[in-house]
Write a protein that binds this ligand. Structure first.
Ligand SMILES: CC(C)(COP(=O)(O)OP(=O)(O)OC[C@H]1O[C@@H](n2cnc3c(N)ncnc32)[C@H](O)[C@@H]1OP(=O)(O)O)[C@@H](O)C(=O)NCCC(=O)NCCS
Length: 144
């Protein structure tokens, strides 16, 4: 996903490539054991075609976050991302959150349209995608 959409995520394929598979496994196991996090994989048949991460905020339990949304190019425009977003909403609501926030790169039309359709609005907050990057992240928020 980092190679496919390098401007959509704050981490890069180059920064992550050196990590062994065991590092990713341990991170996933820790995420699955954490009641404030949910890692989702979308499947079509036997193929994993998309991902999303939901997180309840550390300091504010009424706030949740959506990260790492990606759908493989062959599976796009079939409602996979919409289904992942819906599931994160449902999960966060079940945990008492009232709001979900995310950041999307300014100019990422596909993701921005998807988020607007799911009820997210631009908060007006901007920050660089990465230190020194000319690309900006737009913060969006939706009520649950
Ligand atoms: C953005 C992304 C997750 C959308 O995934 P998807 O499974 O194709 O999205 P869906 O099929 O659920 O689309 C839902 C709606 O989003 C909008 N949308 C999705 N892709 C779009 C595109 N290329 N252009 C315009 N609108 C788009 C549409 O409103 C669409 O509804 P419609 O198909 O009825 O018109 C996918 O393109 C992707 O992985 N991009 C690269 C990674 C990325 O940008 N992630 C977001 C990081 S913040």
């Amino acid at each position: 996903m980092l190679e496919d959409a390098p401007d959509a995520f704050t981490i890069t394929a180059d920064s992550e490539r050196g990590r062994p598979l065991s590092w990713w496994r341990e991170r996933l196991v820790a995420t699955c054991a954490d009641p404030k996090r949910v890692a989702l994989v979308a499947e079509i048949g036997d193929d994993a075609v998309g991902s999303a991460l939901g997180v309840i905020d550390t300091w504010d339990r009424s706030l949740s976050h959506l990260y790492a949304l990606w759908v493989s190019p062959q599976a796009r425009r079939r409602g996979v991302a919409g289904a992942l977003v819906d599931r994160v909403f449902e999960w966060a609501r079940e945990r008492g959150a009232a709001t979900v926030e995310l950041s999307v790169t300014v100019g990422n039309v596909a993701a921005t349209k998807l988020y607007e359709g799911a009820g997210f609005c631009d908060t007006g907050d901007r920050e660089p995608l990465r230190p020194g990057s000319p690309l900006k992240l737009m913060k969006m928020r939706a009520p649950l």
